[in-house]
Design a protein around this ligand. Sequence first.
Ligand code: ADP
Ligand code: MG
Length: 259
Amino acid sequence: MARIFCVANQKGGVGKTTTTVNLAAGLAKVGQRVLMVDLDPQGNATMGSGVDKRELRLSVYDVLLGAAEVREAALAAERAGYAVLGANRELSGAEVELVGLPQREKRLKAALAAVDADYDFVLIDCPPSLSLLTLNGLCAAHGVIVPMQCEYFALEGLTDLVNTIKQVHANLNPELKIIGLLRVMFDPRITLQQQVSEQLKAHFGAKVFDTVIPRNVRLAEAPSYGLPGVVFDPSARGSLAFVEFAREMVARAQRPDFQ
Ligand code: ADP
Ligand code: MG
């Protein structure tokens, strides 16, 4: 059975896509079969996995609208080491088209059921909004991974996401929970970041992942080479941290409740 996780945070630029592609590559590196689903019309996770979004014959758009199966639309991103269900600008139209369709929040979930035995992990990169696309991600998932920077407003920014997750849990997907908060772009030399990190642990306890992802320029450079940092420069500090995070996720996923 595939473990399905959404990488979500309604803020843009917090590291969702970087987390998705590097966790996918890290999981592949430690021997897991991984499908990465790009739910963001910007298609950054698609490009960052080495798949050209402009050349997609079929994408997650076709899957959501019921015009293609996941198995037909997913591509092997050979160098990255995992399969990609890609996205491009076409997906921005899906928001409107989905409104009139039956089970509009659960279409990704239904489509992924067909490949449940093909993968150990499915990771979904969400857009920076609480839209119908993100709802499809949250309905399909067992849990949410929330990347966050340890900045002054970090906790405040979480409130909307936590409320949305509660509502989805109550109304649409009783399995859904926050798996954990991932501290990203961390710089231990900045006192404020250390303080916010301590606050996070005090507030959320074991929901804060042990692994911390440092700020590391190699992670930021990798997408321009069409590769996750973990593959582009495996010895970079950020890459090592993501492989460590992959191991942490494998361990958590083995516990019955992911706690
Ligand atoms: P989101 O998907 O939430 O919009 P991204 O993953 O695209 O965020 O990250 C935003 C920017 O920050 C990108 O330019 C990315 O390369 C950079 N970035 C993300 N994580 C790190 C990191 N750990 N170290 C350095 N740069 C990072
Ligand atoms: Mg993104």
